[in-house]
Write a protein that binds this ligand. Structure first.
Ligand code: C5P
Ligand code: C5P
Length: 431
């Protein structure tokens, strides 16, 4: 895998041979956190010391050291990387923008090897191939799944290769069925955000639903019989169809799911959600500790996950009515919402899937966080990463990301101008 950029791996190895201590900066979502854990474990197994920090993006301040590794970030911000004098390794899956003017750089990115990193290789999977190059690290295939799932990627290309290796060596186990979290059935349905089923705050409907599919809500989801799971799957499919979700959702909800032999949480979907929630709630070190298999943080991590799900679902339900329509986009303006990207993901995937979806979160501090989401069909025409980059630059902010999921940071007095430009760019791509 990644044969086309073998020279970048070799360059990275030469850099690593020069340094005993490595500074790691990673993105604060499930993909960045699991990617950072994979790189850290691989380096520690080589006897290196590591210091890991998490960033919301490269617009936050960071201190490069003699050797710095960026995980799940870097490729989209060439000017930031070019400014660094010391050795740098980038392990990222964002589309490389512009040119990085830097000799002492190893750039490990699937796009440079002809693989679409937006869908077919997460940062964690890229980190896994780096770890595989560095040593016997096959067990880290399980951690790579956390990022693949967290970034809503497809089991194709590089991601599929990771899973194959994990299955062959017994670190992953495959089961067929509903790809959902673990717990009592009633709780799983209530707290589920992937898929979003709109039962939160709607508990009478949930009880009626359970009665109709004739499944005991107190049973453990992972212990359901084949018949019961199939009745539940039918009920969920009908509910999703009525909600007008993006049709591509069905392959994300029904099919193969993976259990992890050595991790603290065996259900890969649940583990990915817990890591993501801790990251989003600024408990990055707890999320990282879970990836490093430190059991003492498990209870805290799961309680943070529940809190995050409650806040997220409350927001989503409340915001549905507030979504507005432009010419070629749908958008939502929020004030100081607890999170941005996850709200945009749910609304765009399950309710407003016809046009690119833009969520604007105006923080009390005056900063504005923007999350843009599309789907694979829209991404054939509109590259949201490009749209965010160009529209943000026009208003003096910064933006970027993938064709299907992107973001920006702008000033609060520029929201209207920014949205107008985003709408214009989307219209010109769609026409
Ligand atoms: O920086 P990074 O690539 O990790 O972030 C991508 C983000 O976009 C993730 O939080 C992921 O959940 C989200 N996403 C999405 N829908 C997709 C693909 C990614 O909401 N189809
Ligand atoms: O924050 P959010 O989950 O919406 O980010 C979606 C994607 O956009 C991520 O891959 C993130 O790295 C990217 N992004 C970016 N520049 C920004 C904000 C987000 O490249 N200013």
């Amino acid at each position: 895998m990644l044969e086309m950029i073998k020279h970048e791996f070799e360059k990275a190895k030469i850099m690593l041979d020069k340094h005993d201590y490595v500074r790691i900066y990673a993105h604060y979502d499930a993909d960045g956190i699991s990617g950072a854990a994979i790189v850290s474990i691989a380096l520690m197994r080589m006897g290196k010391k590591v210091h890991v920090s998490f960033l919301k993006g490269l617009n936050e301040s960071f201190e490069p050291e003699d050797l710095t590794i960026f995980v799940d970030m870097g490729s989209g911000y060439p000017e930031k990387i070019s400014e660094i004098k010391e050795d740098v390794i980038i392990v990222d899956h964002h589309f490389p923008v512009g040119r990085i003017e830097k000799e002492n750089l190893a750039h490990i990115n699937p796009h440079l090897a002809g693989i679409d990193g937006s869908f077919e290789m997460s940062a964690s999977a890229t980190a896994y191939f780096f770890a595989e190059y560095l040593g016997n690290n096959y067990d880290l295939t399980a951690l790579a799944l956390i990022g693949i799932i967290g970034d809503k990627q497809k089991l194709r290309g590089g991601n599929l290769e990771v899973v194959k290796r994990g299955l062959e060596r017994g670190y992953l186990e495959r089961r067929e069925g509903l790809k959902m979290i673990s717990g009592k059935v009633r709780e799983v349905l209530l707290y589920s955000t992937e898929p979003f089923l709109n039962f939160y705050g709607n508990e009478d409907e949930l009880d009626k639903f359970l009665e109709e599919v004739s499944v005991d809500g107190e049973k453990e989801f992972d212990e359901l019989g084949k018949e019961e799971e199939s009745r539940l799957a039918n009920g969920i499919a009908i509910r999703l169809l009525k909600m007008n979700c993006y049709p591509g959702i069905f392959e994300d909800v029904f099919g193969e799911k993976f259990y992890l032999k050595n991790e603290l949480i065996k259900n890969s979907i649940m583990l990915s959600e817990v890591v993501n929630a801790c990251g989003r709630k600024s408990a990055n070190s707890i999320a990282f500790a879970i990836c490093m298999r430190d059991e003492s943080y498990l209870e805290k991590a799961v309680s943070l996950w529940r809190e995050f799900q409650e806040e997220l679902l409350e927001e989503v339900v409340k915001r549905i009515e507030e979504v507005k329509e432009g010419f070629c986009i749908r958008y939502l303006i929020m004030e100081d919402a607890p999170t941005t990207g996850p709200i945009a993901s749910i609304l765009s995937r399950y309710i407003f899937s016809d046009k690119p979806f833009i969520a604007i979160n105006v923080k009390k501090s005056g900063e504005v966080k923007v999350s843009a989401r599309g789907n694979e069909k829209l991404a054939e025409k509109v590259n949201l990463g490009e749209v965010m980059r160009k529209a943000a630059e026009k208003v003096g902010g910064s933006g970027g990301g993938h064709s299907v999921a992107a973001g920006a940071n702008i000033n609060s007095d520029k929201v209207e101008e920014f949205l107008k430009e985003v709408d214009r760019l989307c219209c010109s791509s769609l026409s």
